[in-house]
Design a protein around this ligand. Structure first.
Ligand SMILES: Cc1ncc(COP(=O)(O)O)c(C=O)c1O
Length: 414
């Protein structure tokens, strides 16, 4: 906290892919905030929808018999888009971490109703990020996020991120105690790692074989970032639970949702299932749901999911040459989601290198983020243009060149 004190970048407005600070300086928002501002900043249409809702019924809880038109309409709309089997049901949360917690409890409730309460273990991937609540912290595959809190949820097992064999072995040995497998279709905060070929279909097959629930954490990838409404569709899998947040409102108001497929619906929503004693004060918040409806209207009307598909090769081609830079180890991308990973030896010599490059890119007018002290996150709004993508690549190159020029005397980058 002391590092940022006095160095805050105080943002006051935004329009399209740009935000502006209190000194009138404009920045290209190459990370869409925290991977959420998919329709871009300054959409009056969303603000107007929220204003209309707030001046009729700003908020009302959705416990017991209560509902409201935006929550009902959004649930229906998202259920129709959901990449799950059968008639999806939608459980609204405040954001992604709550969606992860909710899924963790759904898994326990589901198996308890099925007469298998011992199936409590959730399998997560190395490098995974599943939010900041206690369940998500327990599931974290980013070691620094999971360490230092003392005992968390104990019924979690981690497997190497891309190793199907490790999952097969684990399921063989302990399948009867495993309730679910959770994963981000593309690992996000852990450094943007797309899956190796056929990873997801093979994991889905293993889950089916061993009767394990499959949870796709689509908090980053949901609502278009990989050129499909959901990344699960791109990778050919049908999860039992899909977790969403961020892109559901493009961040205009906080909202998350757990989309449940047939298997979970039939068990938990059956007449004799009893209550699911779980819910949030703001679950189904009408103003947040109104923001989501207006956001989805924009995505559909402007064809933004298709636009991501068209821009995917443009972003990939713009960033690819950076992989030859002496300070860069690798560039990875899928959809409008990319990372530039810095060279391990350069990072060893200069642990603050990522921060330096982020700061220099900002000085060059482009906002990117550091990921786990190794990579730079690029996840622009879907409305970005080809010229703006080129601007991101140019700013990153300038920042990397500046960092290379400042290399400590005698130190080799590679
Ligand atoms: C994959 C994933 N899951 C969950 C979360 C947590 O979402 P939130 O910050 O809205 O609680 C995030 C946030 O970045 C995420 O990337």
């Amino acid at each position: 906290m002391s590092r940022v004190s006095g160095a805050e970048v105080n943002l006051v407005s935004g329009e399209g892919c740009f935000v502006e600070d209190d000194g009138g300086r404009r920045y290209l928002d190459a990370s869409a905030g925290l991977w959420y501002c998919n329709v871009g900043h300054g959409r009056r249409e969303i603000a107007d929808a929220v204003h209309r809702q707030m001046t009729s019924l700003a908020a009302y809880q959705t416990f017991d018999v209560f509902a409201n038109p935006p929550a009902l309409a959004l649930a229906e709309r998202v259920a129709a888009l959901a990449p799950v089997d059968g008639d999806a049901v939608v459980f609204f949360t405040n954001g992604g971490s709550d969606a992860v917690d909710t899924a963790g409890k759904i898994v326990r409730r589901y198996w308890s109703l099925r007469g298998r309460p011992e199936r409590t273990t959730v399998v997560a991937r190395g490098g995974a990020y599943h939010g900041m609540n206690a369940y998500g912290t327990s599931l974290a595959g980013i070691e620094a996020n999971a360490a230092g809190w003392g005992p968390l949820v104990r019924e979690v097992v981690h497997v190497p991120a891309h190793d199907v064999g490790a999952v097969a072995e684990l399921f063989e040995q302990r399948g009867s105690t495993i309730g679910a497998f959770i994963g981000e279709p593309v690992i996000g905060a852990g450094g943007v790692h797309p899956p190796v070929d056929d990873y997801w279909p093979q994991i889905a097959d293993l889950c089916r074989e061993h009767d394990v629930l499959l949870i796709a954490d689509e908090v980053v990838t949901g609502f278009g970032r990989l050129g499909r409404w959901f990344a699960s569709q791109r990778f050919g899998v049908t999860p039992d639970l899909v977790l969403t947040a961020k892109g559901i409102t493009s961040g205009y108001l906080p909202l998350g949702a757990v989309l449940c497929g047939e298997r979970v619906r039939q068990t938990m929503w059956a007449g004799d299932a009893g209550p699911f004693r779980h819910g949030y004060t703001y679950s189904g918040h009408p103003s947040a749901c109104a923001a989501a409806m207006a956001n989805l209207d924009i995505i559909e009307r402007e064809g933004l999911v298709e636009r991501v598909g068209a821009l995917e090769p443009v972003l990939e081609a713009a960033l690819a040459p950076l992989s030859a830079h002496p300070l860069v180890a690798e560039v990875r991308s899928a959809g409008l989601l990319a990372a530039v990973e810095l060279d391990a030896e350069a990072l060893r010599q200069r642990p603050g290198l990522v921060d330096d490059v982020v700061r220099d890119a900002r000085e060059a007018g482009v906002l990117v983020r550091g990921l786990i002290g190794r990579s730079l996150q690029i996840s622009p709004p879907f409305v970005i243009t080809e010229t703006e993508i080129a601007q991101i690549a140019a700013a990153l190159r300038a920042a990397l060149d500046a960092a290379a020029d400042r290399r400590p005397a005698g130190a080799e980058a590679r």
